[in-house]
Design a protein around this ligand. Structure first.
Ligand SMILES: Cc1cc2nc3c(=O)[nH]c(=O)nc-3n(C[C@H](O)[C@H](O)[C@H](O)COP(=O)(O)OP(=O)(O)OC[C@H]3O[C@@H](n4cnc5c(N)ncnc54)[C@H](O)[C@@H]3O)c2cc1C
Length: 390
């Protein structure tokens, strides 16, 4: 059998993971990226144990490849610094085989791309259409047409391919929140010795995630109208978070407003009915955009990539894509719904609702908290493989 060709639309973490997974299974892969260069945002990312396990099946070691990923078990605090729940890196590592890891997104994307043959990723190559009337797709891109056996739609939360193939889907819904993200270089006021933690206030959250080499990934969220952009970002962040516990005020002083990303938070208003159509498979945010409240968006994209590549070894590719949908839809949608629910609780602004929420977090029995994490961190498994291609 001649080498099969996969065209991946989008060079985000999902698309690059799928490309690497397919390449390692013998596929010829072309990644078409709309942007003119690498798109990894100037932000960090936390990879949960389930994503690291999915990477294992691809043969990608994020710990080594992405330039010193750092353990990042996230505790929860109140704005005065009081702990609501403790995160124990060693306990997580013991239970799930390894703790969550924090890494710079650009380092992760570069490490994934480095595993691909030169020329695999084409920039400035937006996918404009896929013609698959006779079952052999032709991908139209800004830099020419490509014949493919498999098309992977990893074109992100606003996925043009999702809109094209699922015209009746209601699309995205705004969560009511916006998020700011940045990475501080190593320097004074950094959280030396501070563990990764998230702090919940009145409709606002602030996260501190130490990265390698003393850099610090910061994120913050607030309940604001869709499209809200502060005129003076530093002043806005100081007004919201400047009186919170140390080291938040000192970290805010070091922010370069020009290096802060702001994104309003959305998820899919309804699940997609399936993650495939003919020989096109959706993955990552294109398939199941979720709010980042569980830190699982990219983790699920990585799981998708591992499962898709594993099943795509099959002789009958349409059957493999149906099996991919069957394996992925329920898990990813349950996480999308749960992320939305967590976001709603975290965004409470009424004092009574906040007090009840904080109390609930403090008194939740360890057994229940563990079960909630087990679903996420222990929930990845490869499905049974289909009859392989000769
Ligand atoms: C504030 C915040 C914090 C987060 N934190 C975490 C976290 O800690 N852990 C975690 O697991 N997840 C996290 N997430 C979620 C995570 O960022 C996303 O789920 C993940 O990046 C999705 O990856 P993707 O490859 O599916 O999409 P993207 O990264 O959006 O990539 C899509 C790519 O497709 C390209 N593209 C679009 N249209 C076309 C086209 N027509 N042709 C070609 N290319 C195209 C885009 O340019 C882009 O490069 C967070 C999200 C936010 C907003």
């Amino acid at each position: 059998m001649s080498q099969r060709h996969a065209v991946v639309a989008g060079a985000g973490i999902g698309g690059l993971s799928a490309a690497l997974a397919l390449h390692r299974r013998g596929w010829r892969v072309t990644v078409c990226e709309r942007a003119d260069g690498p798109t990894a945002a100037g932000a960090g990312i936390v990879l949960a144990p389930n994503a690291l396990r999915a990477f294992d099946t691809i043969g990608f070691d994020a710990t080594r490849a992405a330039g010193r990923a750092v353990p990042a078990a996230m505790g929860l605090r109140r704005p005065d610094g009081r702990l609501l729940s403790r995160a124990d890196t060693a306990a997580l590592a013991a239970r799930y085989g390894r703790p969550p890891l924090a890494v710079h997104r650009a380092a992760l994307a570069a490490a994934l791309a480095a595993g691909l043959p030169g020329g695999t990723v084409r920039y400035g190559a937006a996918v404009t259409a896929v013609d698959d009337a006779d079952g052999s797709p032709v991908v139209r891109t800004a830099s020419g047409d490509l014949e493919a056996d498999l098309v992977v739609a990893a074109d992100g939360i606003h996925s043009p391919l999702r809109r094209h193939y699922f015209p009746d889907h209601p699309g995205l819904r705004h969560s009511g929140e916006t998020a700011w993200r940045t990475v501080l270089p190593a320097g004074p006021g950094g959280p030396a010795g501070t563990a990764a933690a998230e702090t919940w206030g009145r409709g606002e959250r602030f996260g501190i995630v130490p990265l390698a080499d003393g850099r610090v990934y910061l994120y913050a969220t607030a309940v604001v109208p869709e499209g809200y952009r502060p005129a003076d970002l530093r002043r806005e962040l100081l007004a919201r978070f400047g009186a919170w516990h140390d080291p938040i005020p000192a970290l805010l002083e070091r922010i370069d407003p020009a290096a802060v990303l702001q994104h309003d938070l959305y998820d899919l208003a309804a699940p997609l009915p399936r993650y495939h159509r003919g020989r096109v498979a959706w993955l990552g945010d294109a398939a199941h955009a979720m709010t980042p409240n569980l830190g699982q968006g990219a983790c699920q994209a990585i799981e998708d990539a591992a499962v898709l590549a594993h099943l795509a070894d099959a002789r009958d590719l349409p059957a493999a894509l149906a099996a991919y949908s069957a394996a992925r839809c329920a898990r990813t949608d349950a996480i999308r719904v749960r992320a939305r629910r967590v976001g709603r609780a975290a965004a409470f602004s009424h004092p009574l609702a906040r007090a009840a929420r904080d109390l609930a977090v403090r008194v939740t029995p360890a057994r229940l908290a563990r079960r909630a994490l087990d679903d996420l961190f222990d929930g990845f498994a490869l499905p049974a493989a289909l009859t392989p291609a000769a």
